[in-house]
Design a binder for this molecule. Sequence first.
Ligand code: B3K
Ligand code: ZN
Length: 873
Amino acid sequence: PQPVYLSDYQPPAYRVTHTALTFDLDPARTCVEARLTVERHPDAEAGTPLYLHGEQLTLEAVSIDGEPLADDAYRQNDKGLTIDAVPAAFTLETRVRIAPEANTALEGLYQSNGMYCTQCEAEGFRRITFYPDRPDVMAVFRVTVIGDARREPVLLANGNPVERGELDGGRHFVTWEDPHPKPAYLFALVAGDLACVEDRFTTMSGRDVTLQIWVEEENLGKTDHAMASLKRAMRWDEERYGREYDLDRFMIVAVNDFNMGAMENKGLNIFNAAAVLTHPDTATDGAFQQVEGIVAHEYFHNWSGNRVTCRDWFQLSLKEGFTVFRDQSFTADSNSSALKRIQDVAFFRTAQFAEDAGPTAHPVRPESYIEITNFYTLTVYEKGAEVVRMLKNLVGWDAFRRGSDLYFERFDGQAVTIEDFVGCMAETSGQDLSQFMRWYQQAGTPEIDAHGEYDYVNAEYRLTLRQRTPATAGQQAPEPLHIPVRMGLIGTKSGHDLTLTLDGEKRGCDTVLHLREPEQTFVFTDVAEAPTPSLLRHFSAPVKLHFPYSREDLAFLLTQDSDGFNRWEASQRLAMLALNDLIAAHRNGVEKVMDSRVVDAYRTLLDAPAADKAVLAEMLRLPSEAYIAEHQPLVDVDAIHAAREFVRQSLGFALRDAFETLYRANQSDEPYAPTPEQIGRRSLKNVALGYLMAVEDEAGIALCQAQFDAGHNMTDVRQALTLLVHSGRDDLSAPALKAFGDKWAHDPLVMDQWFSLQVSRPQAEVLDRVKYLMAHPAFSLRNPNKVRALLGTFAQNRVNFHRLDGAGYTLLADAVIELDRLNPEMAAGLMTPLTRWRRFDDTRQSLMRAELERIKDRPLSANVFEMVSKALG
Ligand code: B3K
Ligand code: ZN
């Protein structure tokens, strides 16, 4: 397979203004008739051939302006169709057959639990009909869906229904029209036996919109939270961004088999059931929060993505980075903003940093790709969102909002580039953002080495920041970035924020430094006492910042930093210092000793009343093994696991009573609601329970067992079950697992949780458990949620996946090879942990490489080929 390059972009020679489609649905031979109104672009030469993408289609008829084409008038290969001579404006008609039931890749038109649905982003539409399947071709769609009246009573597509009727043979049809021109990737169709929950929304200009969530009958009781989230998101987008919804109805459909979380098809969002269905008995607080975020994300795409879309797929972050930023801001506004930032940053620094340090590292705007589905990455999404966040902080909210208004107004109905977006921000703010553009062009995580010096005599504090970005495959000599470093100085004696004076200018207690050079020194004057700096507040840039903090400094910041985010950051840095010592001790075979200063810092946290319980819970949570690994030069999975367990147990023993008090103080009988207050309380209680279980005494076990038995809500039940299963006490875990599995055998989303919590335990028999569960009747390699729950979770199980006999690697490689024949997109995602082989010791490196070589020797999809060649390259 050949790579595609951003630098090769050419505008389309032909555009399609109107697209009329008729689907006659059948599992094995659906008939798709397309009628396209095509015009040659004024800049294209007469005689330019017309090229249409098309894969896995059986062509039955093709005509231009009603005249069937002669056999030698067109050429077809496995990628598409070329017609040599076409007029300047014409109507193209085609008829093809496709087989939705055989579509296991879940791209194009496929069947899930018998219902028909589509996934076209990025290049799935070419598996439905011959078409210029690229985002810069935007047409008005009219779609007729014909189905069996009994099996498919519900027939949906984008826009508004304009006609419906009965047909012979028990069939019926509905015709839909979407007045907004759109690229083919936003097309959607759904047909099946579905039920719907309906609500209404009045937009800011007083228009009435019908909201529908379509689900299988038995899930009707699980849509309340998604609907409430949708309505809040619609209002928020009006209030914060001035964006109003633009059709008479907005539909969400839940499907069981879906490669990603959800898809923003115009007016007809299709969701992975896991990203829309919730109930207190079946979904955790985390799942409730995720549903809220994803519903909002897809809705926000209506403007950032649909009304203004991407010129080509290299610009993917134009819509994804901006939309992730928007959904993060929405969640922060509707819940605790410090908590949201902490959760996002904890995840980002674990997963995106790992991607940026591995062989698939790429800029937020990649320069080339073999398979675009491999680029729906944490870098494009999450780092893209961090870049938009920096932009907002650099120009300020007012200019950012005016820039956003200008962007939507100027480019409405167009397919544009990242330069167009940043250009609007430069225009409304009057700032030069050319150096800032490098954030889109350079891969790798920049690092900042900071050091400070207090000059008592002159009352000056000199802060020196030095930046470096590691070289990556695509860039040997990265250039300095424009990095906003938000910071403050805290008087070490007084514990107060100090007023900052920089270059003679008073800046308040919190300011943003603009780091543009490889090295810069900032001199603060009138600094009355020796300060402790609080740096990179709110994670103001996606970088690694090093500062030689002592444990005393961190214990101080933990309670004295006025910035809530950086208090949490101090807790993480403090834990990391202790963990690093213990990792070294483990490696050197020296006895492990817990640092009493860390214990004291935790005691202080537990003693002080917490303003935000959820934030306190995050401060008490130790960095994950994956996060710790990201901060080691070479990953020693066993030492990391042993060190972290040691800290958990030490804290549990030392602070047992305080944790029990905390646990009891946060228990409650009130009916479940996903409110920030309740979520905070449950989170704190469940962190405490984790430490109590680390002690391994009967009292802790009794509390845990009681919480499991009480079965108040899934958040509590699942935490209790996880702790029982991870305790290594089979007398506790076996009965609990069985009871849970029997109770929820009918609910696929709960069974996903049942699969994943068993294979995340540290005990050594997990590998056999994975094999055993792969044969379980509820497991299927064809269902992406099951693959993620079982195999994806296992590959995150650090000690077991990285077993020294290599059996974990072999199991994953076998699964990748088998899955690649069914679903290449999923297979490529599943193999990610293997691509990170360079981070491990020699033995593991060679075992992982051997599995990659074994995969490489197979006939492969382009998706897996690209991953494996980058990993070995
Ligand atoms: N835009 C979709 C991406 C689906 C692509 C799958 N290959 C989801 C989202 O970001 O909203
Ligand atoms: Zn998105």
